[in-house]
Design a protein around this ligand. Structure first.
Ligand code: FES
Length: 267
C-alpha cells in the first residue's frame, strides 16, 4: 500500500539532547515499531525518518547532521511538513519469544523505544542496552525504564553506565543470560558486531538499516542492497539475520544520492 502525502503541522517539539529533537506531528497514526516516514520540508527536500511515536500522534526523532536535519531543527511549532507514513516493514515480535534483548546506539534508539513499549504490552520481558558517545547524548532511557525494561547504559567516554560500546555490554550480558530474540539499531558497524554476538549464541535477530532513499516506496531502486537485491525502503528497513547475511554491502558501504559507494569507517 502506498501511504498518501499528508500535509500537517508540527504540534510539539521536544529537545531530547543537544543534537536530537523529537517532532510530534498533528497527525494520528497506527504503525508498527520500525516503520518509517518520508518527511517533506517545503522548498528543502524529502527524507526518511524512523517513527519514534507510532500510536496516536505520529512522532519522529531527528539528529541534527546534514542540511535537511539542520532545517528541520530550525522549525517551530505550527510549521508545515509533509508526511508519507507508515512505510516499510517494521520489527516482528513473535508470539513464542518471551524474553527479548534490544540493543540501540545513538539515534538508532529512536525506533527501538516504541518496540520496547509494544513488547511489554504483549507481555514480554525486555532488556535494553542503550549506548551513546556521552551521557548527555543518551536517548529515551526514561521511556525504556517507564515500561519496566531492565536497562544497561554504555557511553564511549564513561560519563554514564559502562565505559565502552553497546557490544561490550552485550558480550558481558550474553555470558550470563540468554534471550529468545534480539533487536538492533545503530551505526552499521555496531550492528555487524552485535549480530555476530547474537549469532554465536544462536539468538534470532533483526536489524534496522539506514540507506539513501529517493522514492521510499520501492520504485526507484536507490536503496537496493548489493548481493541480495532487497529494497531497504520496501523489504526493510528491518531485516532478519538470515536475510541480511545475504547482502554483501552490509557493514561495508552504502550508496549516496549519485549511487556512489561510501565505505563505513571501521573503528
Ligand atoms: S528509495 Fe526508491 S526503491 Fe527504495
Amino acid at each position: 500500500m502506498i501511504a498518501k502525502l499528508h500535509v500537517t503541522k508540527i504540534r510539539e517539539i521536544i529537545k531530547e539532547t543537544r543534537r536530537i529533537k523529537t517532532f510530534i506531528l498533528d497527525m494520528k497514526i497506527k504503525a508498527q515499531p520500525g516503520q518509517f516516514a518520508m518527511v517533506w520540508l517545503p522548498d528543502v527536500d524529502e527524507k526518511p525518518m524512523a517513527l519514534s511515536y507510532i500510536d496516536g500522534y505520529a512522532g519522529i526523532t531527528v539528529l541534527k547532521l546534514g542540511d535537511f536535519t539542520k532545517k528541520l531543527h530550525e522549525a517551530k511549532v505550527g510549521d508545515i511538513v509533509g508526511i508519507r507514513a507508515p512505510l516499510g516493514r517494521g520489527f516482528k515480535l513473535r508470539d513464542e519469544d518471551k524474553k527479548i534483548l534490544i540493543v540501540g546506539g545513538g539515534i538508532g534508539v529512536a525506533p527501538l523505544a516504541p518496540l520496547a513499549e509494544k513488547a511489554v504490552e504483549e507481555g514480554k520481558e525486555v532488556t535494553a542496552i542503550i549506548g551513546a558517545v556521552t551521557k548527555s547524548e543518551l536517548l529515551f532511557v526514561n521511556r525504556f525504564e517507564k515500561v519496566g525494561a531492565k536497562v544497561y547504559i554504555t557511553t564511549d567516554d564513561g560519563t554514564a553506565g559502562i565505559k565502552g560500546f553497546t557490544t561490550d555490554a552485550m558480550r558481558m550480558l550474553l555470558e550470563k543470560e540468554t534471550f529468545d530474540a534480539c533487536y538492533i539499531c545503530g551505526p552499521e558497524i555496531m550492528m555487524v558486531k552485535a549480530l555476530e554476538l547474537a549469532r554465536a549464541k544462536k539468538i534470532p535477530s533483526q536489524v534496522s538499516l539506514h540507506r539513501y532513499f529517493k522514492c521510499g516506496i520501492g520504485i526507484c531502486g536507490a536503496c537496493v542492497l548489493d548481493g541480495c537485491g532487497y529494497r531497504v525502503c520496501k523489504e526493510g528497513p528491518t531485516f532478519w539475520d538470515f536475510e541480511i547475511e545475504k547482502c554483501s554491502e552490509f557493514g561495508s558501504y552504502w550508496r549516496n544520492a549519485a549511487g556512489v559507494k561510501v565505505y563505513f569507517k571501521k573503528k
